[in-house]
Design a protein around this ligand. Structure first.
Ligand code: GLN
Length: 211
């Protein structure tokens, strides 16, 4: 079982750990730099991205995490975690930093004040299989992807509602991000998708070592 560290400075850490366990991985809390060496992959949970950014810097985790992401460590960010993985932000405080890694511009709190939270079923065959309307996505003061670079694979867009067609799940190489919260509710498919990414990355490394 791969061991996956959930960044535990702020946000919905326990929910991610439970979802990872349900998806066949071991989920552990991650708070210190040395704990990074023990994990195969990282989850950046939902929460509040400006607070997480400040805590990442205060705990000395921002730079080592950024190095690991650049070195190809599989990482999944949901909601605030998606914001942390964005190379560029709009509607964010000028001093807010991200870890970056995905060539995308993310708009914070994009769905507006009136509809802070909502649920939607959407088709996301690459993420959740072929069943129509399969994925039940929970959005809470969620961002969306305003613009994605050519290397970014779009995995899900909103199906209807007030803002249809918005990009809400993406992958670039070893990095996965969703604007919604697959850790809420009990559909483990997005976490399973991520655990498969982690397993493929481990196999790739083993092949390199043994050749
Ligand atoms: N709006 C939050 C932020 O900007 C994210 C909300 C969430 O993670 N549910 O950080």
């Amino acid at each position: 079982r791969p061991e996956i560290g959930v960044l535990a400075l702020q946000g919905d850490v326990r929910e991610h750990i439970a979802a990872l366990e349900a998806a066949g991985a071991r989920g552990v809390q991650l708070r210190r730099e040395r704990e990074l060496d023990a994990v195969d992959a990282v989850v950046l949970p939902g929460g509040e991205s400006t607070t997480m950014d400040k805590l990442l810097r205060a705990f000395g985790l921002a730079a080592p995490l950024r190095d690991r992401l650049r070195a190809g460590m599989p990482t999944f960010g949901s909601c605030a975690g998606m914001i942390l993985l964005a190379d560029r932000l709009v509607d964010a405080p000028a001093d807010q930093r991200t870890l970056g890694g995905i060539d995308m511009t993310v708009r914070r709190n994009a769905f507006g004040r009136q509809i802070e939270s909502f649920e939607q079923r959407m088709d996301a065959p690459d993420l959740a299989g072929e069943t129509a309307g399969a994925l039940r996505a929970v959005f809470i003061r969620a961002p969306w992807v305003e613009e994605a670079g050519p290397g970014v694979q779009v995995l899900a867009t909103t199906a209807g509602g007030t803002h249809p067609g918005k990009i809400v799940a993406v992958r670039q190489g070893s990095l996965l991000a969703t604007a919604f919260h697959p850790e809420l509710g009990d559909d483990p498919r997005v976490h399973r998708f991520f655990v498969r990414m982690v397993q493929e990355s481990r196999q790739g490394r083993q092949q390199v070592q043994s050749s």
